[in-house]
Design a protein around this ligand. Sequence first.
Ligand SMILES: Cc1cc2nc3c(=O)[nH]c(=O)nc-3n(C[C@H](O)[C@H](O)[C@H](O)COP(=O)(O)O)c2cc1C
Length: 270
Amino acid sequence: MNNLLIVDQNKCVKCGICANVCPSCIIAMEDDGPKCIRDRGCMACGHCVAVCPTAALSNTRCLLEDQTPIKNELISSEKAYNFMRARRSIRNFKPQLVEEDKIRQLLDIARYAPTAANSQGMYYIVVSDEKLIRKIADATADWMELEIAAGTSRARYFNSVLHVYREQGKDIIARNSKQMIFALARRLNETGISNCEQSWAYVELYAPTLGLGTTICGFIQTCAATGYEPLRELLKVPTKQKIVGAMIVGYPQYKYHRLVERQHLKVEFR
Ligand SMILES: Cc1cc2nc3c(=O)[nH]c(=O)nc-3n(C[C@H](O)[C@H](O)[C@H](O)COP(=O)(O)O)c2cc1C
């Protein structure tokens, strides 16, 4: 039970911070330092090791030597605020495809997004095949038709989307994109969609620093969330996985010159 934590007794000052921050409450402070009281509860988040002010602690599920010291690189709140405001959903791209290495770089940051109980476990499929993307958009449109026929609450909205897609011939579903990223999670992971939303937030904010633009494909995501088989088949999704997200990516065609306003903050303090 106690071999999860490795304590360097020469460095441990018994401050108890590791026990205080442990999200699973499995660390107890004893006279000779921190002790793990329930090692199966460890979610390998690494908080206990990362927070130790004297680098006295390692965790077999999150080793001290694998952690990177934090340099004081905090950006000002004003810079962060404007940077986050400047992110826009990008739907018009230059013709060239994003290189594999760059997409790897983009997705790499998503590994650091929060996930329920540090479950992580996201899988990605990058489609750089325009014809396949058109088939995916068509399959989503077919699914919308089924929803309309079934008279679901989304029927009216989908009717107008289908009108634009089919009658006006405008790709409102996949935005004529040439590259799309799909996020997958294990089929039984109940928090897969929530985890994906967090990952997408990281990806969308990081994209502009790589000169990239992204937009979440809500119609495709919603269709995928129902487990729509034709979509699963197009992407050859393994039985044990489910699609939890879809996003287009590319080099933005246009530059934005102004920050927009949003609804005012609605908050109540009690
Ligand atoms: C869950 C979700 C689904 C979305 N689905 C689509 C979509 O299917 N097509 C699209 O063009 N934009 C989609 N968007 C982007 C929103 O339209 C966009 O975030 C919103 O209009 C605000 O614009 P901004 O992201 O540029 O600030 C989606 C965004 C979210 C969060």
